[in-house]
Write a protein that binds this ligand. Structure first.
Ligand SMILES: *Cc1c(COP(=O)(O)O)cnc(C)c1O
Length: 384
């Protein structure tokens, strides 16, 4: 029987019963750039750490197992992973990308990949007919679900059918739910992207990124590209992410539990004009989430009655930190307009619904009573 995901976060089956690394329970950090050869034409299996390092390899095996992929590659950041992914494409190629994506991905596509001759159609994949955007140069569909920050939910299986029919790659950035709650490869995707900085690492202490695939040919190409371009994750950072992953399950469950309570609390506030959380039954993507994911995550986007009120909240929070990023044990609040989506052109940002009254919460694992108490005081403090 296949193992449960909590067990997979802790143990690699292939290692069991082997007394390797002197029995060390925590995987060793191989802090080395290069490796001595036993003889001419011989190798220990490792030649130079840009190509592979045992600590990074261990992390890659764990992430591949969590996403049910045949291979995972660990990068120095999520953006390094996505940049390498773009090397699969050639000048003249066309990609369909979700209209509401992480701001850094939009910046990469429109400023770097476009310069390399790749063109993009920004499509609201959760509601538009993706098929109508496909042309003879289209090579792939790239989505996030739920999206950042508008929480639009796309049916991965339905989109995978369209991708297969037209011979396109389906690429899913699974950062928001992590492999604990969603496995896009099982639903027909070809490549999964992660910012390991977020839930996989989980402690707001290091950057990382991943590409995972279940296709031999893509894995081979990725391996060639990572050794050639050199953005593989360093040994110590690999160890930090390995350690973070050990508690992925309990962190995700706790953060989600807190998020549901906070989403409900926000719904009751007079100053809040909208709460966008896919775990609320009234969210339009709720049923699809229930079908394709095992949870709803811990990201909440909400709108305030005015920009001034939104800014006042950012000024007043203390325990909750006004900071970019998400997916860590500490609760963070973000202002997408000037932070994560600052480089997205105004008209696209507004079309996507990212207004100046919009805030995003990444709910952490604090005692929910303390989070609610802080929100209570921030929302109802009688200043101005
Ligand atoms: C943060 C993030 C990225 C980029 O990852 P970095 O580790 O910050 O480079 C990509 N996609 C999503 C959805 C993200 O949240």
């Amino acid at each position: 029987m296949a193992r449960g995901i909590d067990t997979k976060c802790l143990h690699l089956e292939e290692e069991e019963g082997q007394n390797i690394h002197y029995g060390a329970i925590s995987y060793p950090i191989y802090q080395t750039a290069t490796y001595a050869h036993p003889g001419v034409g011989q190798s220990t299996g490792y030649d130079y750490s840009r190509l592979q390092n045992p600590t990074r390899e261990q992390l890659e095996k764990v992430v591949a197992s969590l996403e049910n992929g045949i291979d995972a590659l660990a990068f120095s950041s999520g953006m390094a992973a996505i940049s390498l992914l773009m090397e699969l494409f050639a000048p003249g190629d066309h990609l369909i990308v979700d209209a509401d994506l992480y701001g850094g991905s939009i910046r990469l596509f429109s400023n770097v990949s476009a310069k390399n001759g790749i063109s993009f159609s920004n499509v609201e994949c959760y509601r538009e007919s993706v098929e109508s955007y496909i042309n003879e140069h289209t090579k792939a569909i790239y989505i996030e679900t739920p999206t950042n920050p508008m929480m639009n939910v796309t049916d991965i299986e339905a989109l995978a059918k369209i991708a297969k029919k037209h011979g396109l790659l389906l690429i899913v950035d699974n950062t928001f739910l992590s492999p604990y709650f969603q496995n896009p490869l099982d639903l027909g995707a070809d490549i999964v992207v992660h910012s390991g900085t977020k839930y996989l690492g989980g402690h707001n202490d290091t950057l990382a990124g991943f590409l995972v695939t279940n296709r031999e040919d893509i894995s081979e190409r990725f391996r060639f590209l990572i050794k050639t371009t050199g953005a593989g994750l360093a040994p110590f950072d690999s160890w930090l992410i390995l350690r973070g992953i050990k508690t992925l399950g309990i962190r995700m469950e706790r953060a989600q539990k807190n998020a549901i309570e906070i989403a409900k609390w926000l719904q009751c506030q007079e100053a809040v004009t909208g709460v966008i959380y896919p775990g609320l039954p009234e969210h339009p993507g709720y049923e699809i989430m229930r079908k394709q994911a095992r949870g709803f995550g811990a990201m909440i986007t909400f709108r305030l009655k005015s920009k001034e009120f939104a800014l006042a909240i950012l000024e007043k929070v203390r325990m909750i930190k006004f900071a970019e990023s998400l997916g860590g044990v500490e609760t963070l609040i973000t202002y997408p307009t000037t932070q994560t989506h600052a480089d997205v052109p105004n008209e696209i940002r507004e079309k996507n619904g990212i207004t100046e009254e919009t805030l995003r919460l990444s709910v952490g694992i604090e005692d929910v009573e303390d989070l609610l108490e802080e929100l209570e005081s921030v929302f109802h403090e009688k200043t101005n």
